[in-house]
Design a protein. Sequence first.
Lengths: 262, 215
Amino acid sequence: MSRAKLRKDIVPVAPDAAAETVVRVSNVIKDFGTVRVLDSVSFDVMRGQMVAIIGRSGSGKSTLLRCMNGLETIQSGEIDVCGHRVSLPGKLDKGQLRQAVGIVFQSYNLFPHLTVERNITLALTLVQKRPKAEARRIAADVLNLVGLSEKIDAYPEQLSGGQQQRVAIARSLALSPQVMLFDEVTSALDPELTAEVLKVMEDLQQRGMTMVLVTHEMGFARRVADITIFMHKGKVWEIGPTAAVFANPATTEFAQFIASVL
Amino acid sequence: MVQFTSVHVFYLLDAATWTILLSLLAFAGGAVLGITLALARVSRLRVLQLLAAAYIQLVQGTPLLILLFLSYFGLSILGYRLHPVVAAGMSLTLYAGAFLGEIWRGCIQAVPRTQWETSDCLGLNRFQQYVYVILPQATRIAIPPTVGFMVQIVKSTSLASIIGFVELSRAGQIVNNSTFEPFFVFTCVAAIYFAMCYPLSLSSRYLERRLNVAR
């Protein structure tokens, strides 16, 4: 249906199976003062994969995501995202990184003084320098993708939390990122609204978007994610294909975690 | 003794235009200085932050009356004889700038940090962040305290009477000296001040409502 006629460049479609590394995190160490929040964290994300990062509060999941986007600096290790070395802040072309990576936050963070459309077109016109008409067409496309075409002229406060989050996803998507980061995007939503946001994310995955998500939605991660990472005490405690990881927890910590949340 | 007549009322109204002019000078100068100070206060350059903070502390800790004395009598000793309207306009600008700077700094910082973060993640540079994301939101927050301060400024212009500038308050004194009907005269003066300040206060409510719709 209408979603099928979306422009190809909005959501890059995975190239043939040749696995291409989009994100490489190696030996990342991050301290907040004397507290080590990330301890020798390493993992790769291949193009088109959905990687779910799970774990208890305070295990470093969100910090890891923020490091991948250069929002936090790290003490040592390397983070490469789409060919950009995030861990060298001095040499990093932040503009190019921003073009390659989209991020969606728990608190949506829409611009309250702008309409839904302007929220989406702002970076398209200011950063990507696209003509207004083209930016508006892209906004219409991505809103269609998240099922909110009729809200194009609404202001954020007129939308439900779930709708705001879908607009936030659309806003990020509009910039055609190669990888999208989701930081507990459903944690502020009730179950019904959570479902509509998860549906959008599942659609994205099916369209080949590379995604890394920090989530408390264990059922969703288990059903949809290709790779699951269990973080504990700032370390990658367990990592592997989702089904295998959930079926055979290798550590008592993960087994206990699964037992406590499922 | 002269009777208080409509002639005096017109005299007061005429003087009130000077009060308005002085207020406008103070608003305009204070706004330019204020936004500069506010941006300096939130800038990432430590030197700018400190300079702006020092200025604000210094001026906020000095009575407006003393600023007036300094710019009118003080500068004339140094050889710069300023016209009272210039001296008064300058003092009020320096004074209003310090307060508006601090008010607006607070308004800029009241915009949630996540708005900075999100606009950064979308690739906006610092200038674009200010113009398209932060300042529009800060403006909305700034309306009530700014209008409140503007009302204060209108009333503070009365201090310019001390350096011989004939604005509304000074005109009231002059009229009273000839008619000696203080209660009548100063009630009249008060009413004119009120007639200037009240619409200003009302405009705040109007602006807030307008900006609320478009948010």
